[in-house]
Write a protein that binds this ligand. Sequence first.
Ligand code: FAD
Ligand code: UDP
Length: 386
Amino acid sequence: MYNYVIVGAGFAGAVMAERIANELNEKVLVIEKRNHIGGNAFDCYDDQGVLIHQYGPHIFHTRNKDVWDYLSQFTEWYLYHHEVLGVLDGNRVPIPFNLNTLHTVFPPSLAGKLEEKLISSFGYNVKVPILKLRETDDDDLQFLADYIYEKIFLHYTVKQWGVKPEDLDPAVTGRVPVYISRDNRYFQDRYQGMPKKGYTKLFENLFANKNIHVMLNTDYHDVLTFNSENGSTELFGQPFNGKLIYSGKVDELFNYEFGELPYRSLRFEFESLQQNEYQAVGTVNYPNDYDFTRITEFKHLTGQDVANTTIVKEFPQSYEKDVPGKDIPYYPIQNDDNQEKYSLYKNKAKQFDNLILLGRLAEYRYYDMDAVVAMALKVFRDKVNK
Ligand code: FAD
Ligand code: UDP
């Protein structure tokens, strides 16, 4: 009955299902173990009527016009540019560290000198990852790099990942580079915004085609078996000869035969407050204080006009697949060892023409939403609609 089965109803699964149903006019079954669509981008109204993101704050931003235009068929946008402040020695300063931050934390003469050196060494409107700035041989810039490393990156990263910045793929801290600019925004992408009616509504629109059947509350193991030796697949106890598009954890699909891929998990604490506003911007980072990394106030992100407000604190924790409360694999931990382990799974998966791995868990990549959408559109073009 189905030529296509998708595991996971997040961005990877939803974009694939939409393309298969609308472009190929084929039936597709989506299997999702949670009781809702949307994956980690799921949002809903809390009991105080505030639109919240259940799995942590999600801000959409992309440089990719195709992705923006594609999603714009399924949502209108609330045009929002994210701003983050970091609490440093009790003061709130712009993050990423930029020239405004420089002038807030140092006296004018020192800030002026450092600004000149930054611009003459790297240029203006340039982003410099902290680990790169630390390689400088200029004494003043070394002082600055040490300051930023210590005050912004070191303790935040140890909280978030359990290791120091230099023990992760440099791309991780490179996501929030020092920015030689006066631009206080967290992202500089050309297209930024939040789905006007929320992410879940956007997902409902992606899944709207009658050819798509979404089975919620269903772990794929309950209805589908995948033989990782020969790739043969059964669906509801019958041989399945179509394509399996898998966006769950790749180690799970292969019964952990090369060992578990490590992840970082989070615990969220939501607080509803009977006040109009809690903080001046969407997110405030606490690199050095408390056990949480950041506090996000949702109404800044969504633009929702309500009298009260809801915030969320993010407490990083280790991921343990069999321990309730710690069993959501939020972040792949990017380093060389883990990448090597992942490639064993990837190479094995390549043997099976009927299997496509897609998304943050299946590809073990620190993907943002737009990158998952871009990859889903590409995989559809290259491997499904060929
Ligand atoms: P997911 O959204 O994880 O979807 C995978 C789905 O597969 C899940 O619904 C899961 O339940 C299901 N599944 C897994 N195993 C099984 C199984 N055995 N059986 C059935 N179903 C299964 N990106 C941004 O662009 N901007 C942001 O601001 C941003 N903020 C983030 C904040 C946090 C705290 C986190 C964790 C991520 C953030 N992201 C952000 C990244 C974003 O969440 C991902 O890029 C996106 O959700 C990936 O989509 P996906 O479909 O690959 O995975
Ligand atoms: N980071 C940091 N201090 C900050 C902000 C970010 O050390 O104030 C580092 C940290 O290692 C973090 C990474 O940069 O995990 C990426 O930050 P980002 O805000 O992109 O993380 P995400 O939103 O994906 O959790």
